[in-house]
Design a protein around this ligand. Structure first.
Ligand SMILES: *[C@@H]1O[C@H](CO)[C@@H](O)[C@H](O)[C@H]1NC(C)=O
Ligand SMILES: *[C@@H]1O[C@H](CO)[C@@H](O)[C@H](O)[C@H]1NC(C)=O
Ligand SMILES: *[C@@H]1O[C@H](CO)[C@@H](O)[C@H](O)[C@H]1NC(C)=O
Length: 300
């Protein structure tokens, strides 16, 4: 009897396809497996179906499994995430797992708690081509390219990638054992540098989704003509109101010459020594913590 139960469990695990974030590519450099990824993909390998669960954050009940590394990236540049079913080199995910891909960011020091998450990327269903983001992901061998908004304030961030598989979503989660959308969230730690000033307003995760909303309760094989990507409105660079927090200004760099006109520039202006950059020659330096000093400069 025990053996029978174990066999059933094994079968269920095998039947459950997944996808995990395995590698990041920044500035065209493929980083080591698991570098800056939180949690490492091998630690948490299940779909999240209960959208009220803390697991929806980064597919872990505990956010204590931080990555040792924070990968530096220029605001406005692209990051490529690699999503795979069972680690590097495996397929992206099952062909049956159609659905959207969504990417969020939040300040790293929030640990993901509170109304901190803003959406930076979404791709749902191209009806004309009948192509879901999952189809594109599979065609691109698990690679998804996302732009870090050019005007967000420099600092450390969590990047949260999410793939939603809708193959069982014709029934609401809880209706039966396999019912409901399967969500595959993963996070990574980034040190964003640049001259941006915007702190986009955010939402809570969990809290963004409802199991009955059309983006999560959806019949892939029905006669729908549209698909509504769940979650908040996409953050579009240039559309947000810049907010410069007084707390961001930690020191004053006063260098005033004769006959100078004082202009108080409150925009944080990281200089080259503010950011520890990636060094392509050194593997261990691909991802490094960012040392940042923010200044209010008084310019001549
Ligand atoms: C991820 O990086 C490792 C090297 O650290 C590499 O062996 C692996 O092939 C990469 N994965 C993919 C999908 O490119
Ligand atoms: C950056 O990624 C976006 C897709 O998110 C793509 O449209 C754009 O062409 C990419 N830019 C570069 C320079 O590769
Ligand atoms: C990425 O490349 C740009 C220029 O192409 C450079 O300014 C930036 O420092 C690079 N970022 C990293 C993390 O190496």
């Amino acid at each position: 009897m025990h053996i029978h139960i174990i066999q059933l469990v094994c079968f269920a695990l095998m039947a459950n396809a997944h996808t995990y974030l395995t590698n990041l590519t920044i500035n065209g450099t493929l980083l080591d497996e698991g570098k800056c990824i939180r949690p490492p993909w091998e630690n948490e390998n299940f779909p999240v179906k209960d959208v009220t669960s803390k697991d929806l954050l980064c597919r872990t009940k505990s956010m204590t499994v931080a990555s040792a590394d924070i990968c530096g990236i220029q605001a406005g540049s692209n990051i490529t995430v690699d999503l795979h079913e069972s680690g590097p080199g495996s397929r992206a995910l099952s062909e049956s797992h159609r659905g959207p891909c969504i990417v969020y960011m939040a300040p790293l020091d929030s640990n993901g708690d509170g109304p901190v998450w803003f959406k930076i990327y979404e791709d749902g269903w191209d009806k004309a081509a009948d192509t879901w983001c999952v189809n594109t992901l599979i065609a691109n061998k698990g690679k998804l390219e996302v732009t870090i908004p050019r005007d967000i304030a420099p600092g450390n961030y969590l990047l949260r990638t999410e793939v939603i598989a809708l193959h069982e979503a014709n029934r609401v989660y809880g209706a039966d054992e396999s019912a409901g959308a399967e969500l595959f969230p993963n996070c990574a730690q980034l040190a964003v540098y640049g001259t941006g000033t915007v702190h986009p307003s955010g939402v809570n995760i969990p809290g963004i989704y409802d199991k009955t909303q059309p983006g999560l309760h959806y019949d892939l094989w029905g006669d729908s003509t549209t698909y509504e990507i769940p979650g908040p409105t996409l953050y579009v660079p240039g559309k947000g109101a810049p907010i410069v927090l007084a707390a961001d200004i930690q020191s004053l760099d006063l260098s005033i010459g004769e006959d100078s006109e004082l202009i108080l520039d409150t925009h944080p202006s990281p200089t080259s020594d503010d950011v520890t950059q990636l060094s392509p020659s050194s593997k261990s330096n691909h991802c490094v913590g960012k040392k940042r000093r923010r200044r209010a400069r008084i310019e001549m």
